[in-house]
Design a protein around this ligand. Structure first.
Ligand SMILES: Nc1ncnc2c1ncn2[C@@H]1O[C@H](COP(=O)(O)OP(=O)(O)O)[C@@H](O)[C@H]1O
Ligand SMILES: [Mg+2]
Length: 276
């Protein structure tokens, strides 16, 4: 039997002093190397779920299992586990605490032992010219790449990115795609919280939507983005291409991106130039 890389069993959580559960009786599983997007309106519990999977919060009831063995806790934080899940904070300022970019990336190592890995990560995150800079002197979007670099340095088995697309320009989004490609080649499991439907449609295979303290959807990106009432209940707008295909009434497969649409039209139109 194939044991999931990550399994969440009957997971519930309520913050102290809050009357209601943020999450109730969640059951989810993730395979090794899988890429899953987690969506839902603000306050749906996405960050709370991410923090429980990465061991930063202890579930009230239920379990998080990594490669079949449950996380164990000391007070409210999980003890280290051989399957390393690392969470990248929504707000980089909650994560950064060193006085230069280089120290932040290398932490907790005092002396750099793997220079090749370091150079690769710094290049991937576009931080070559900023190593001596104080992270707080960088723009917010670049500080996010500092936090990503410091986590990549630790060679995680699973990385959870909390809204990495927020505040990124086109170059930043392209850099994120390059990082996703690097993680794919390394077989790293990636969970990403995002409101950016175009980015999710282009780069992820599965969507989990949270609403009303439970799982509203857990399906392929195609199923999700072509279920328009479901997308609406997740407080999102559909990506451009599914909306266009729906509005035009055209009989087409469930295409998600402009790239897919262009390839489809080129393959299925005698003279694609004539249709423009
Ligand atoms: N430390 C906290 N103490 C009390 N309530 C919190 C805390 N963190 C988050 N919450 C509440 O829990 C709910 C879920 O928050 P969160 O997991 O951050 O949602 P999301 O990431 O989907 O926006 C929200 O109603 C939020 O206000
Ligand atoms: Mg959040």
């Amino acid at each position: 039997m194939n044991i999931p890389a990550i399994q969440v069993k009957d997971l519930s959580f309520r913050y102290p002093q809050e009357p209601k559960n943020v999450l109730s009786q969640l059951d989810l599983a993730f395979s090794r190397g899988e890429r899953v997007a987690i969506v839902g309106k603000n306050g749906a519990g996405k960050t709370t779920l991410a923090k429980m999977i990465s061991g930063l919060l202890k579930p009230m009831t239920g379990q998080v299992l990594l490669e079949g063995t449950p996380l164990r806790y000391k007070r409210h934080e999980a003890l280290p586990h051989p399957f390393k899940v690392c969470y990248i904070f929504q707000n980089p300022d909650d994560q950064i605490f060193q006085s230069t970019v280089e120290r932040e990336i290398c932490y907790p190592e005092k002396k750099l032992t793997d220079k090749k890995h370091f150079s690769e990560i710094v290049h991937l995150c576009g931080l070559e010219a900023q190593l001596e800079t104080h992270p707080y002197n960088l723009p917010w979007s670049q500080r996010k790449f500092v936090t990503i670099a410091s986590i990549l340095m630790q060679r995680p088995d699973c990385i959870i990115l909390d809204e990495p697309t927020a505040g990124q320009d086109h170059q930043g989004l392209l850099r994120l795609e390059t990082i996703l490609e690097y993680l794919k080649q390394n077989g790293t499991t990636v969970l990403m919280i995002s409101h950016d439907v175009e980015f999710v449609a282009k780069n992820f295979a599965r969507v989990i939507a949270l609403a009303d303290s439970t799982v509203l959807a857990n399906c392929s990106v195609q199923e999700f983005f072509y279920d328009f009432p479901l997308v609406d209940r997740a407080h999102l707008l559909p990506p451009f291409v599914p909306q266009l295909i729906k509005d035009s009434g055209a009989k087409m497969p469930r295409l998600l991106t402009l790239g897919e649409l262009t390839a489809y039209l080129e393959a299925n139109t005698a003279n694609p130039q004539a249709t423009i």
